[in-house]
Ligand binder design. Structure first.
Ligand SMILES: Nc1nc2c(ncn2[C@@H]2O[C@H](COP(=O)(O)OP(=O)(O)OP(=O)(O)O)[C@@H](O)[C@H]2O)c(=O)[nH]1
Length: 972
């Protein structure tokens, strides 16, 4: 607040101006007269030191008057405003009258205050009663302060009590004692802030207080109106700053200025306490005495707040009784920003706190710190690598590698990791790792559209028998293809129709078994590779496997392999002992051999049907068909619901020039119809037309029926499932999601590989680079021609081209393996990949390039080689600037004040310093550039600028700074 004049201060304290003048002079303050102004800090100190005494003196004089008000509970009333404000708080606690009110707060506070204990309590009690009466008076001189407190309430109130009781005199005595006690506490006034306030206010009112003497009592001082407040609970409050506080505040007393929260109460709780107490005391002295004294006292006691202020004094303490309030006050103070400083905390926080947090979260395993999870689930596709896992949980793959190493497992970042290892890592890092197969992922995707693949809709009654789907497997050259061809011819229906003319990947034949026409569907792709590939995709198209064994050759490696695959898939086997037309045929031997593998012929008591046939001579083909039907009937329940949206598998697919994507699908359940919206793998569309194996259009395909579907947007992969959905939109959405997932998976694999390649290349090859190629062609002539032409490409010594393998024929998995191991690219000249080579190449990130024209291959490879050449650079001068002035900065170094004389000067460009026409220094970095006070990226000719050259200070007026940059020269 504003400055206060001596006479105002005197008035406030209820004494004569000369008294104040004298005291001020004692304090060493230079004051001339009653109208001299006193600075707030001085007022503060003054009130702290003499306020109590003076006010008590004053109070003494006015005592009478004071009392009046105080006493009655009514006290509050008069006070009105203050009282009211304080009232609320007080109310509760206050058991007693007005005064109590004040105390009340304290009371609550009490708890905390705890400190106060002993002494006070006693006193408190006494006081209490007094309190009730009110009054003020009390205050023993010395004690003054404390007494003021008033408290009343509960024990603690003690202090207050003293004051309060205040009944004038009588109380006084009591108070006295306590005072002592409290006082002990800190000297109230010491804390500049708190005290001040406390005192300040109180004083005023309390003046009386000072006198402690009850006698004088507030009454005397008429002015004391405040007393009223005091009396009223309100009074107290004021100190606290609490609402009540305000009231109290009225007093212009500079001391009150509290502003600083601290002032208020030092301790949160504190403030209230004391102050109030005081009040109580007050009434009379509202302050006066009480206030401060009390405060201090309490404060003291409590220790805590003690200091603070008088008022607040010890919150707890003070209030002895009531610590309760404190609470509140405390809060309030908090609001002010207590001590401390939030700011400081905030400043430090962000970074420091995050680090701390991460540290806490990061367990150290094997010396590596990796952030720990919260037990969340991480789904990984089967065969995922540590890099995949690291990406999902946002950590460095290298840390996981190191961590695993310390756990005893040596795994590279890109290597596929088994489920157990992920489980182990998950446990360590607090994640639940779920290895999800692509099929599971797809299932989830379909579920999100409320679709389910793989099960029939409806109940038993809806299921209808369907033909078995058969795959023919066996050793090389044992006659699989021949047999499939022969069986086509065996198709009774086909025979009538004139034979099958189309190969669509699967076909159906009809035969008669026990007089019934039975159909059988054959997958027209022999060999267990296709069968296995489908299974790898989670597709099981086959119901029965026909194992072809040449009677003249017997069981061979692939025979065993095939039967193992079939067994693993749980597919019943029918053995076709082929080539019985050959002389060397020994069908019995085959039976004997296979028995050793668990396939025991029925005639030997087993359950496997062996059928002797000749594909070439078309012998006993009907017998084989019958055996298939019988086996199906005996071991399988082949039924499906034909009345639902169709589902099934893609058996084969390709891009047809005229018809676009074409896919042969095998319906497994439901009926596929022209016009259906279908999604097959990442392809979708509406079935525009369907053809059967005869090349004829069909409108519908029921379970086990293969059909060639036209109308898809893309070519799906063999083994992928198809499903009919409600509309095209849903089909598109599902397909798009599948596609993006596949793309992401593929990119992830490739990305990893590239990174590794780059790393290895830089490590192993140093400056030179090498392009490894594997050449595959349709004929040896083309491969040689290609290699010769490549050898003639001249791109200098920096790049080496190396053909690490060459050969005739399809691109095989072996080729891909080698390419992956050597970071090579495979060039296919008029050849295509074989088997799973494409799939493997995708997985390994091996690039396969196909050509049918040699010069095109040469051209592209040459371009690739050039792309690998290190770029060449040339210097391009940007501009020059003349140094006109030099500004020296201890921080930045010498700053050149320049005028751009030509071109442009650009920040971060290169620069050279030219002095007297000679290059004084070259290849400098133009690290900062300014126009006026702004950082700029460039300054053009005719403008002034300030610039610095990183780490270079040897500049002089008249020097020229030439700015240039290096630009890449495109290769011819
Ligand atoms: N004598 C005789 N030769 C047969 C019979 N079945 C197949 N062959 C011949 O055996 C050879 C191999 O027949 P494929 O049908 O190509 O045998 P595959 O098992 O399909 O062979 P891959 O496709 O290489 O696995 C051909 O020359 C056929 O003509 C048969 O029943 N009797």
């Amino acid at each position: 607040m504003a400055k206060v004049r001596v006479h105002e201060l005197a008035k406030e304290l209820g004494v004569e101006s000369k008294v104040v003048l004298a005291k001020l002079k004692e304090m060493g303050e230079f004051v001339k007269s009653a109208s001299s102004t006193v600075e707030p800090p001085v007022v503060k100190r003054f009130t702290e030191q003499f306020g109590a005494d003076l006010s008590s003196q004053g109070a003494a004089k006015k005592a009478p008057a004071r009392k009046a008000p105080v006493p009655g509970p009514a006290a509050p009333a008069p006070t009105s405003a203050p009282a009211e404000q304080a009232a609320p708080a007080a109310a509760p606690a206050a058991s007693a009258p007005s005064v109590d009110a004040a105390a009340a707060p304290a009371a609550k506070a009490g708890p905390r205050p705890g400190p106060r204990p002993g002494p006070q309590q006693p006193s408190a009690e006494e006081p209490v009663p007094a309190t009730s009466q009110e009054s003020v008076a009390p205050a023993a001189p010395a004690a003054p302060v404390e007494p003021t407190e008033v408290s009343e309430p509960s024990a603690p109130a003690a202090p207050a009590a003293s004051a309060a009781p205040g009944a004038p005199t009588p109380k006084a005595p009591t108070p006295a004692p306590r005072p002592g006690a409290r006082p002990g506490a800190p000297r109230p006034g010491n804390n500049p802030f708190s005290s001040t306030q406390g005192m300040g206010r109180r004083p005023a009112p309390g003046r009386p207080g000072p006198s402690a003497t009850p006698d004088a009592g507030p009454g005397d001082r008429p002015p004391r109106p405040p007393a009223g407040r005091d009396g009223a609970p309100g009074g107290r409050p004021s100190p606290g700053g609490a609402p009540g506080g305000r009231p109290g505040m009225p007093r212009p007393n500079p001391a009150m200025m509290p502003k600083s929260p601290a002032a208020f109460g030092g301790g949160p709780g504190g403030r209230p306490g004391p102050g109030r107490g005081g009040p109580g005391g007050t009434g009379a002295g509202r302050g006066g005495a009480p206030g401060r004294p009390g405060a201090p006292a309490r404060g003291g006691a409590p220790g805590a707040g003690g200091a603070r202020p008088g008022f607040g004094g010890g919150p707890g303490g003070g209030r002895p009784g009531g610590g309760g309030r404190p609470g509140q006050r405390g809060t309030t103070q908090g609001a002010f920003g207590r001590p401390g400083g939030p700011s400081r905390r905030g400043r430090k926080s962000k970074r420091a706190r995050r680090q701390e947090f991460e540290q806490m979260q990061a367990p150290t395993i094997g010396g590596v710190r990796v952030r720990k999870g919260d037990g969340e689930t991480v789904k990984l596709p089967r065969g995922a690598s540590l890099t995949d896992f690291a990406e999902r949980i946002g950590v460095d793959p290298a840390a996981l590698v190191q961590m695993l190493f310390s756990l005893g497992e040596m795994v590279t970042a890109t290597e596929s990791v088994n489920d157990e290892t992920f489980e182990l890592l998950g446990d360590e890092l607090n994640y639940v790792v779920q290895v999800v197969s692509p099929e599971d992922e797809d299932r989830e995707l379909l579920e999100s559209f409320d679709l389910e693949f793989g099960s029939d809709v409806g109940d038993e009654g809806d299921l209808v028998a369907r033909p078995p789907v058969v795959t023919v497997m066996g050793h090389v050259d044992h006659g699989k293809t021949k047999l499939l061809d022969a069986l086509r011819q065996a198709n009774v229906v086909a025979k009538e129709a004139g034979g099958i003319t189309q190969h669509i990947g699967a076909y159906q034949v009809a035969t008669e078994v026990d007089g019934d026409e039975r159909r059988i569907t054959f997958i027209d792709t022999p060999g267990h590779e296709a069968f296995t590939a489908m299974r790898a995709r989670g597709a099981q198209a086959t119901d029965i496997a026909v194992l072809v064994v040449a009677a003249d050759d017997g069981v061979m490696p692939q025979t065993v392999e095939a039967l193992n695959h079939a067994k693993a898939a749980g597919v019943p086997i029918v053995v076709a002992v082929n080539k019985i037309d050959v002389e060397a045929a020994d069908p019995q031997k085959v039976r004997g051999q296979l028995s050793e593998y668990g396939l025991v012929p029925e005639e030997y008591g087993g359950d496997t049907m062996f059928v002797d046939v000749s594909a070439k001579a078309e012998l006993n083909l009907d017998g084989l068909l019958e055996a298939i039907v019988l086996t199906a009937d005996a071991s399988l329940d082949l039924r499906a619901n034909p009345d639902q949206d169709a589902q099934g598998l893609v058996v084969e697919a390709h891009l047809d020039r005229g018809r676009g994507p074409v896919a042969t699908v095998l319906v497994q359940r439901g009926t596929l119809r022209v016009g259906d919206s279908i999604v097959a793998g990442p392809a979708y569309g509406r079935v525009r037309a369907m053809l059967d194996e005869y090349g004829e259009n069909i409108e519908a395909a029921d379970p086990s029926r293969p059909a060639m579907v036209l109308g898809l947007t893309a070519v799906p992969g063999a083994g992928q499932n198809f499903i009919v959905v409600d509309d095209d939109r849903m089909a598109r959405q599902i397909a798009e999601k599948r596609e993006s997932r596949e793309r992401a998976a593929m990119q992830a694999k490739r990305r990893v590989r590239r990174t590794l390649e780059d790393f290895m290349a830089s490590m192993e090859k140093g400056k030179s680079q090498e392009l490894n190629l594997i050449l595959k062609g349709d004929v040896s002539g083309s491969v040689e021609a290609l290699e010769d032409s490549l050898a003639k490409i001249d791109v200098g010594d920096e790049v080496n081209l190396r053909v690490i393998d060459r050969g005739v024929g399809a691109i095989t998995e072996t080729n891909v393996d080698l390419a992956a191991a050597s970071d090579a690219i495979i060039i296919g000249f008029n050849v295509r990949p074989q088997g799973k080579a494409t799939e493997m190449a995708d997985k390994e990130g091996v690039e396969i390039r196909y050509y049918s024209v040699i010069y095109q291959a040469i051209e592209e490879i040459e371009a690739a080689l050039k792309g690998m050449l290190k770029p060449e650079y040339e210097e391009v001068t940007l501009g020059q600037a003349e140094i006109r002035e030099i500004f020296r900065s201890s921080k930045i170094g010498n700053i050149a004040g320049c005028m751009v004389t030509s071109g442009v000067i650009r920040r971060n460009a290169k620069a050279r310093l030219i002095r007297d026409g000679n290059v004084a220094s070259d290849n400098l970095d133009l690290s900062s550039l300014r126009r006026e006070k702004d950082d700029v990226t460039e300054v053009r000719e005719g403008f002034e600028c300030g610039l610095t050259l990183r780490g270079y200070n040897d500049i002089k007026q008249g020097d020229v700074v030439e700015c240039f940059e290096m630009r890449e020269i495109p290769r011819a």
